[in-house]
Design a protein around this ligand. Structure first.
Ligand code: GTB
Length: 217
């Protein structure tokens, strides 16, 4: 059955891989599953056809036969559950990998999103300059805890899993602010994720969609 995901017609980051379709592309590449992409404009995202797939008018979505999914956590988990390479077979190891997916989305990503909101949506507010360092410190606190847990391991819990895929995807958004480089082991962890051939293919595909660039050009 063919798989179709949605992505920005023009990503605001110009194809730096920060929009959330990249993590879904990455998961699909990891499991060797071909997919198609339907590109949607900001306007189309708010229209009934897209809202029936994604009630909040956002990308990405995932369609496969009768199944329509939204939320990258749910999509990546679904993909990982269909294949063996992104989740361990052992029930406890599998549960821990899923816990890391939730940790990425519920414990790490929220403060990073606050930074984006403070900088880009509230940047003109009189209190924005005072709020910024507080938000940055909340990110540093979470990343410090994560850095301690990761230590000098390659991945969060044994072999690379969907938990790492999600955590690396979330941490990537801290690079532009410089915070990622304050934690050398997390920066190296993200670099290991980015070096994976599946990530490279996912990144190249979303870059090509946004710039017309092809690796062979
Ligand atoms: N919780 C949902 C999920 O995980 O699927 C969140 C989905 C979401 O935030 N989608 C964003 C969206 O559709 C795109 S990824 N926004 C349009 C809207 O809400 O109207 C967030 C994003 C956007 C832009 C950049 N960037 O330019 O760097 C990075 C990430």
């Amino acid at each position: 059955m063919s798989i179709t995901i949605t992505a920005f017609e023009r990503s605001p980051d110009g194809g730096k891989g920060l929009a959330r379709d990249t993590r879904v592309r990455w998961a699909l590449e990891e499991v060797g599953q071909p997919y198609e992409v339907r590109y949607v404009s900001f306007q189309a995202m708010k229209e009934p056809a897209h809202l029936s797939l994604q009630p909040f008018g956002q990308i990405p979505t995932y369609e496969e036969g009768d199944l329509a999914l939204f939320e990258t956590g749910a999509i990546v988990l679904y993909i990982a559950e269909q294949h063996t390479s992104l989740l361990p077979k052992d029930a406890h190891a599998r549960a821990r990998a899923i816990a890391w997916m939730f940790a990425a989305l519920n414990s790490v990503e929220p403060s990073i999103l606050e930074l984006v909101i403070t900088k880009f949506q509230e940047g003109d507010k009189p209190w924005s300059k005072e709020r910024l360092p507080l938000v940055m410190d909340r990110i540093r606190q979470r990343m410090g805890q994560l850095s301690t847990r990761l230590g000098d391991a390659d991945w969060l819990d044994g072999a690379f899993s969907a938990g790492d895929l999600m955590m690396v995807s979330v941490l990537l958004r801290t690079r532009p602010s410089g915070i990622l480089d304050e934690f050398p082991n997390l920066a190296a962890y993200v670099a290991r994720g980015e070096a994976r051939p599946a990530y490279q293919r996912a990144f190249a595909a979303q870059l090509a969609a946004n710039t017309g660039y092809r690796p062979t050009d």
